[in-house]
Design a protein around this ligand. Structure first.
Ligand code: NDP
Ligand code: MG
Length: 383
């Protein structure tokens, strides 16, 4: 029985992790979990999963849940200390990090310190502090297993291969909600339109990131840190169908790709069973003769400037990616609240990147400070 701590249980990845665990209740058990503010869903999850520890965002919610679930033997906790307690829960062998945003960084570092393997969905953690997370994981000898479908695909394609043989990584992109619009047609798009992703059903923030192509930018940086590959050797390819989840080209020109129907439960399960596999009977099998055709096209950096900002920030390094991420989180939140237009997202990010004085090889304090001043800077611009 593999015991799991799940951060972000009420989110899109969190719920699908609960589904995978339910489908294999003889193999997996969630012993500790965290949520933010969605108490309705959390109650259902707690009643069925019956974890030993639960963390929520606020003290008030924690107190209310304690009273409600007094008949079960559950420790309730809250806030950033609560996230850390769930991440380091002694019985757990692996931590699935499915929170959204750089709030996932500290619990990831604490879990690594506590010797837990990490199944990482929370890409913002690697964007904001990839050098710290990967070096700490190496030092602690813990596995960092990707959940993001593209990185899971690359990770699978790399099994049994050697780093010296890698020619380049090719990350596929569906193009998001606005892939068939030109830039002029992005003026005045609504939140509802942006949230309507053609291939994947995901949380709100990552759906907006997909529409702006920032999601792919974050994934390029994520791939750089996970696989130790130079930015010049990471390409992005538009692929509408999201069937090829990504690929690796080797020096002998061979290309290994991983394919499947778009279903996040597959990479979630693989991160939990690695290096083995298990059946997932409820997942739809890939039928290529039914699909018939797959489409590919070159990525346009003028149409999708956020992707360019991400490559540039990644190449600059230091705190530049921290700023990219923090500015994006604030801008997307403002867009979702209807405070700014869709195209304002990229302008705000460009502005923050211009404004920032990069700090090279930053420690955790410098990263947290850069994250926080960038958020304040964006808030000032919003006023
Ligand atoms: P969601 O927004 O659906 O879920 C986020 C989770 O984090 C929820 O449980 C939420 O709690 C919790 N949370 C949010 N803010 C806080 C906070 N301040 N403190 C504690 N908990 C918090 O996100 P997704 O599941 O879509 O994405 C999660 C991560 O996985 C992201 O990094 C995303 O980029 C990545 N990812 C997601 C994919 C997908 O298909 N969704 C695909 C690939 C990667 P609550 O809702 O209770 O407030
Ligand atoms: Mg992805």
């Amino acid at each position: 029985m593999k015991k799991i701590s799940l951060l972000g249980a009420t989110g899109s990845i969190g719920r699908q992790t609960v589904d995978v665990v339910r489908e294999h209740s003889d193999q997996f058990q969630i012993v500790a979990l965290s949520a933010g503010r969605n108490l309705g869903l959390l109650r259902d999850i707690v009643s069925t999963v019956k974890p030993s520890m639960v963390s929520v965002q606020s003290k008030e919610d924690c107190t209310a849940l304690q009273a409600e679930f007094s008949h079960l033997d559950i420790t309730f906790t809250y806030g950033s200390d609560g996230l850390a307690e769930v991440a380091t829960y002694s019985e757990a062998e692996v931590v699935v990090n499915a929170v959204i945003g750089s709030v996932g960084l500290e619990p990831t570092l604490k879990a690594i310190e506590a010797g837990k393997d990490i199944a990482l969905a929370n890409k913002e953690t690697l964007v904001t502090a990839g050098h710290l997370v990967t070096s700490e994981a190496r030092k602690a000898g813990v596995k960092l297993i990707p959940v993001d479908s593209e990185h899971s695909a690359i990770f699978q394609a790399l099994q049994g291969e050697q780093e010296k043989d890698i020619e380049r990584l090719v990350i596929t992109a569906s193009g998001g909600s606005f892939r068939d619009r030109n830039r002029a047609e992005l003026e005045g798009v609504t939140v509802e339109e942006a949230l309507n992703h053609p291939n994947w059903s995901m949380g709100a923030k990552i759906t907006i990131d997909s529409a702006s192509m920032m999601n792919k930018g974050l994934e390029v940086i994520e791939a750089h840190w996970l696989f130790g590959i130079d930015y010049d050797k990471i390409d992005v390819l538009l692929h509408r169908e999201s069937i090829i989840h990504s690929m690796v080209e080797f020096q002998d020109t061979s290309v290994i790709a991983q394919l499947g129907t778009p279903d996040m439960r597959v990479p979630i399960q693989y991160a939990l069973t690695f290096p083995e596999r298990m059946p997932l009977p409820s997942a739809k099998r890939l039928n290529l003769s039914e699909i018939g055709r797959l489409h590919f096209s070159k990525m346009d950096f003028v149409r999708f400037p956020c992707l360019k900002y991400a490559y540039d920030a990644g190449r600059t390094g230091g705190t530049m990616t921290t700023v990219l991420n923090a500015a994006n989180e604030e801008a997307v939140a403002a867009f979702l609240k209807g405070k700014i237009s869709f195209l304002d997202i990229e302008s705000l990010i460009a502005n923050a990147l211009d404004w920032h004085q990069v700090i090279y090889n930053p420690g955790l304090d410098a990263i947290q400070a850069s994250d926080s001043v960038t958020r304040n800077y964006i808030q000032t611009l919003l006023k």
